[in-house]
Structures are given as structure tokens and as C-alpha cells.
Design a protein around this ligand. Structure first.
Ligand SMILES: C[S@@+](CC[C@H](N)C(=O)[O-])C[C@H]1O[C@@H](n2cnc3c(N)ncnc32)[C@H](O)[C@@H]1O
Length: 254
């Protein structure tokens, strides 16, 4: 893939894919994804430390898609000022026309260059930075750092694993992305140093384990997450032929 054309450029303008993806997202408006429950608890924790005399607690969900996480935060953690940021115009339109998201502001924002300074108490990037080249990844970390208040919390959900020397970038071709989409599985130590260099401390990894089983799709269908039982009864999360080391990340702006 041409280095000038980042995968997110193509991804956020791929209307055929987004139509399918937005339809897929609709089912999680009522059923909260297990990984989102973890994020919601991490937001609750950050909110519980908030000093109300310093003004409202502001949260940005960058790459918010159709706004499911924001919807659940609105319902489950009242008192937050919520902002959704996206590059995909069609997803922003879906959010703005959804009455259940009333009261949430939606803006066209690029995670690599968020147009705010010291504004947010929390920034969430839920399965967004998985597509970025390392230089974009570092830029995104710096951009989020700038947009957070001092002591603010960055929360993410990505493929991050503990094997220090294994840094995986692959092009995955699927029904949804017939031209191929780059996806990255990053080693924890390298992620930690990128975030530390961007001005974060307490970079913490929370490897995610699915508490439920997900059915395996047929070999001729679109790849979606499914689980396989390990010998010690854990639900290992696969996608097609790939094992997915899903992991939550939290970090604090110095
Ligand atoms: C895999 S989806 C995840 C959506 C949602 N956060 C979730 O967890 O369901 C990635 C989203 O990030 C958006 N995105 C990709 N690159 C972005 C960027 N540079 N800035 C803002 N949003 C971006 C895409 O348009 C897409 O909606």
C-alpha cells in the first residue's frame, strides 16, 4: 500500500463497507459488548476521582462510529459531558440523527490531529489505532496527550500482546475489505514507550478475556470474532485463522 494513502483514509471513505459496518453496530446499541463493559468501568473509575469544583467531566470517544459506547455511557454513567469524534461522515450523520444520542456533541475529528488543547478528562479510542503505521500511532498518542487535561486518562482497546520482539503488521483481505486492510498486533513494551514519549505515565495493559462464548462462522462467511475453549477453560478469541490478543490500555497524562 502506498505510504501516502493511510489505511484510515480509505477506511473512513469506504461507504459500501460503512453501510455494512453501521448495520453490524446496530445490534450493540441494545447489547453492550463485553469489551465495552470494561471500558465503561474504567471511565467510572476515572470519573470517581473527578473534582467537581474543576468543572464538568468531559469525555471524547474518538472513532466513535455510530455512537454505541457514548449511548451506554450516557445511560450508565450520568453526569458526563460527552463528545463523539469521527472522520467517517456517514457515521457522524447516523449519530446526529439518532434521538437517543441527544445531548452528545458529534464532531469531525482526526485522531492524529485532534483540534483541542487540555480539554478532556478522558479520551477513549476503541479499536481505532489498530490500523495505524507506527509513526501515525505515535502521532495519535501525541494528539490525544495534547487534547487531554493534565492528569487526564487515555483509554484504548487494541490488539496488544506481551511478546517484546514480535511486532506484527498484516494485510487482511476479507469480504468487507476486498482490497485488503492493514492491521497491527503490537508488543506491550513498544506501545508503553510510545505513550511515555508522548507524555503519558502509568501506561497499563489489561489483557481482555471474553467471559462469553461466540459462535464460529462458516469458512465461506465474513470473518467475525468467535471463541475457542482452551484446555484451562478460557474463551480464546479468534477472527478467521487469527488469534486476537485484545487488550485494554490506560495511561495518564503527566
Ligand atoms: C473498527 S471501528 C471502531 C468503532 C467504535 N469505536 C467501536 O468500538 O465500535 C474504527 C472507527 O474509527 C474511525 N477512524 C479511523 N481512523 C480515524 C481517525 N484517524 N480519526 C478518527 N476516527 C477514525 C473509523 O471511521 C471507524 O468508525
Amino acid at each position: 500500500m502506498d505510504k501516502q494513502t493511510t489505511s484510515y483514509d480509505e477506511y473512513v471513505k469506504d461507504e459500501a463497507f460503512l453501510r455494512e459496518y453501521n448495520a453490524y453496530q446496530a445490534k450493540y446499541a441494545t447489547n453492550i459488548r463485553e469489551s465495552d463493559k470494561v471500558l465503561i468501568n474504567l471511565v467510572r473509575e476515572a470519573f470517581s476521582r473527578h473534582d467537581a469544583s474543576k468543572g464538568p467531566f468531559k469525555l471524547l470517544d474518538i472513532g466513535c462510529s455510530t455512537g454505541n459506547l457514548l449511548l451506554h455511557l450516557k445511560n450508565l454513567v450520568p453526569g458526563l459531558e460527552l463528545v463523539g469524534g469521527e472522520l467517517a461522515e456517514s457515521s457522524l450523520e447516523v449519530c446526529r440523527s439518532n434521538p437517543s444520542l441527544k445531548g452528545i456533541r458529534f464532531e469531525r475529528l482526526d485522531m492524529l490531529d485532534i483540534d483541542y488543547e487540555s480539554e478532556f478528562d478522558v479520551i477513549v479510542a476503541n479499536a481505532v489505532a489498530v490500523y495505524f503505521y507506527w509513526d501515525e500511532y505515535a502521532k495519535a498518542a501525541r494528539s490525544c496527550n495534547r487534547a487531554l487535561k493534565k492528569g487526564g486518562t487515555y483509554l484504548a482497546f487494541e490488539w496488544i500482546h506481551p511478546f517484546r520482539h514480535q511486532d506484527i503488521t498484516i494485510t487482511e483481505t476479507t469480504i468487507g475489505h476486498p482490497k485488503g486492510l492493514r492491521i497491527c498486533f503490537r508488543p506491550m513494551p513498544k506501545v508503553a514507550s510510545v505513550f511515555e514519549e508522548a507524555g503519558f505515565k502509568q501506561v497499563t495493559f489489561h489483557p481482555f478475556e471474553l467471559p462469553i462464548e461466540l459462535p464460529k462462522p462458516g469458512f465461506d462467511e465474513e470473518v467475525v470474532s468467535y471463541t475457542v475453549k482452551s484446555a484451562d477453560n478460557r474463551n480464546l478469541c479468534f477472527r478467521g485463522t487469527l488469534f486476537q490478543p485484545w487488550c485494554h490500555l490506560s495511561a495518564i497524562k503527566v
